[in-house]
Design a protein around this ligand. Structure first.
Ligand code: IPM
Ligand code: MG
Length: 348
């Protein structure tokens, strides 16, 4: 098949791990006879340096003309002055909103090979397989913001329609899994959470009687994720809570470097990125774990290009790599390999 992918390598370790994903993509193209045109565009801090904007118009146009976007990471100390006019992260939020990708899917599954690497006791980690559905283009990230010297404000707002559409994504995923949704909120304090709780309850109880719906307050959710992680199936959360809980949950797998994500809207188009950030502290040392990035490519092939066999081939290659004990430094403290010497593409 022919397809167009826009590559946004971004900042920090972004370019290093994107190179690894590109090697894997070439191996897929060769083996399965596809022609996937990859066009790279400026994004994040590097785009601010070169154009003044973290999400320049030219990047916007390329993204919109593509079947999917593959994204490394954005941000770094160079652009993190709280007083600066624009930040790389603003580009990320603008891009997500502009492209309408409201559902961010983050799958947290423990790899038996890595279980010793998790800070959590092994007995809690068996059968952990959680799909997070994070609302991505609403809530406090996108509400009115104001700031002056003595006063600042971030408004959190959700409409019923926004809650319904993200709940429908959770329902669809749960229906193909264990039919269980845990919705996370702070309904004892926040008005948006009260609306969230009533909309999710009405929708699921009226139309999806097979689905078990559990509500849990976000503070309790942080504990339950550690004390009973294998009880969860699909976790539904707003933008901020989903952001925080998925970083926490990544520790169940032992390294945030392992986790890919898909940000989807109503069509097959999507933005695919690992959930870790730009990790400037390890940038240019060749030690970053490329797995989250490579697994994000697998999700791109599966969801946007409908190439299930190819997506599974990548996931098997990652699994096989771990089976062979080929680890980057975040996964082991001995005999580690560099970002670029993992041999993934040879296992396709
Ligand atoms: C993520 C990141 C972003 C977010 C940052 C970089 C703005 O933490 O994708 O989880 O908060 O959404
Ligand atoms: Mg985050």
């Amino acid at each position: 098949m022919k397809a167009k992918v826009t590559l946004l390598s971004g900042d920090g370790i972004g370019p290093e791990i994107c190179q690894e994903a590109l090697k894997v993509l070439s191996a897929i193209e060769d083996k399965y006879d596809h022609e996937i045109e990859v066009r790279e565009a400026l994004f994040g801090g590097i785009a601010i340096d070169q154009t003044g904007s973290p999400y320049p118009d030219q990047t916007r146009v390329l993204c919109k003309e593509s079947d999917a976007v593959l994204l490394g990471a954005v941000g770094g100390p160079k652009w993190s002055d709280p007083k600066s006019e624009t930040r790389p992260e603003k580009g990320l939020l603008d891009m997500r909103s502009d492209l309408g990708v409201y559902a961010n899917i983050r799958h947290i599954k423990t790899y038996p090979q890595l279980i010793e690497n998790s800070p959590i006791k092994n007995k809690y980690l068996e059968n952990v397989d959680i799909v997070f559905v994070r609302e991505l283009i609403g809530g406090i990230y996108f509400g009115q913001k104001e700031r002056n010297e003595n006063d600042a404000m971030d408004v959190c707002q959700y409409t019923k329609d926004e809650i319904i559409r993200i709940t429908q994504v959770a329902i669809e995923l749960a229906s193909a899994r264990k039919n269980k949704i845990t919705s996370v909120d702070k309904a004892n304090v926040m008005a948006t959470s009260q609306l969230w709780r009533s909309v999710t309850t009405d929708l699921i109880e009226s139309q999806f009687k097979d689905i078990e719906l559990e509500h849990i307050l976000v503070d309790a959710a942080t504990m339950h994720l550690l004390s009973r992680p294998s009880d969860f199936d699909v976790i539904l959360a707003d933008n901020l809570f989903g952001d925080i809980l998925t970083d926490e949950a990544s520790m169940l797998t032992g390294s945030i470097g392992m986790i890919p994500s898909a940000s989807l809207g109503n069509e097959s188009f999507g933005v695919y990125e690992p959930i870790h950030g730009s990790a400037p502290d390890i940038q240019n040392q060749g030690i970053a774990n490329p797995c989250g990035m490579i697994l994000s490519l697998a999700l791109l092939l599966r969801h946007s290009l409908k190439l299930e066999t190819e997506a599974s081939a990548i996931e098997s290659a990652v699994n096989e790599t771990l089976n062979q004990g080929i680890y980057t430094a975040d996964l082991s403290n001995k005999d580690v390999v560099d970002t670029a010497h993992n041999g993934f593409s040879n296992r396709i």
